[in-house]
Design a protein around this ligand. Structure first.
Ligand code: IMP
Length: 184
């Protein structure tokens, strides 16, 4: 197994990454090195700066991952500020903000920043969907109870197997693992 350090405080992300990693013989190992999340609307930039910061600290190849939930009717809010907004108003606050809005389109974007002595590379994954009318499901974390992927009738929190097959994170990790297997 090739080991890759993953700087995150979120064990769910490591578990989801490893569902992909195991098919490639890659084991993502959580390290709790924190890093500043810069204020930028682009999750790729946040991951890029985070990856660089952690690599400069530990001098070993490293990944960080940043996710945003972009809601169309809210002009992409909360986007790269999703963690802050989740802490402040949570899923109930998002549902309140949307109210009876008909356009509930949204997408999750995940950006992995891999940094080694050659610099940073970014791997992105996107899943499109919509915001549910109410919270549903007990699995997953964060915004999973209010996100229904396009073409399915359940939230990610109701169907974690579905999430592991089609999620933004799954796609980003798939791209990263393919690249690392070829180039790394
Ligand atoms: P960050 O990537 O850790 O900055 O996460 C941003 C916010 O989005 C946090 O509040 C997370 O709980 C939430 N979040 C991140 N990934 C997911 C996901 O896969 N599903 C639902 N919420 C997520």
């Amino acid at each position: 197994m090739k080991k890759v350090k993953f700087a995150t405080s979120n064990p769910h992300k490591v578990r989801e990454g490893n569902l992909v990693g195991k098919k490639f013989g890659i084991d993502f190992v959580q390290i709790k090195q924190s890093y500043p999340e810069i204020r930028d609307e682009d999750v790729s930039k946040v991951a890029e700066e985070g990856g660089r910061f952690v690599f400069d600290k530990i001098k070993e190849p490293i990944i960080v991952e940043d996710t945003g939930l972009f809601i169309e009717a809210l002009n992409g809010f909360p986007g790269s500020f999703s963690a802050f907004v989740f802490r402040k108003i949570g899923n109930d606050g998002i549902l309140k903000l949307l109210g009876s809005e008909k356009d509930r389109n949204a997408e999750f974007i995940s950006a992995i920043g891999y940094c080694d002595e050659n610099g940073v590379k970014i791997f992105k994954g996107i899943v499109k969907g919509s915001i549910a009318d109410e919270k549903k499901g007990m699995e997953g974390f964060g915004y999973d109870p209010i996100f229904i992927p396009t073409g399915y009738g359940k939230t990610f929190a109701e169907d974690p197997d579905l999430k592991s097959r089609i999620s933004h994170r799954r796609k980003a990790f798939q791209k990263f693992c393919e690249w690392l297997t070829k180039e790394g």
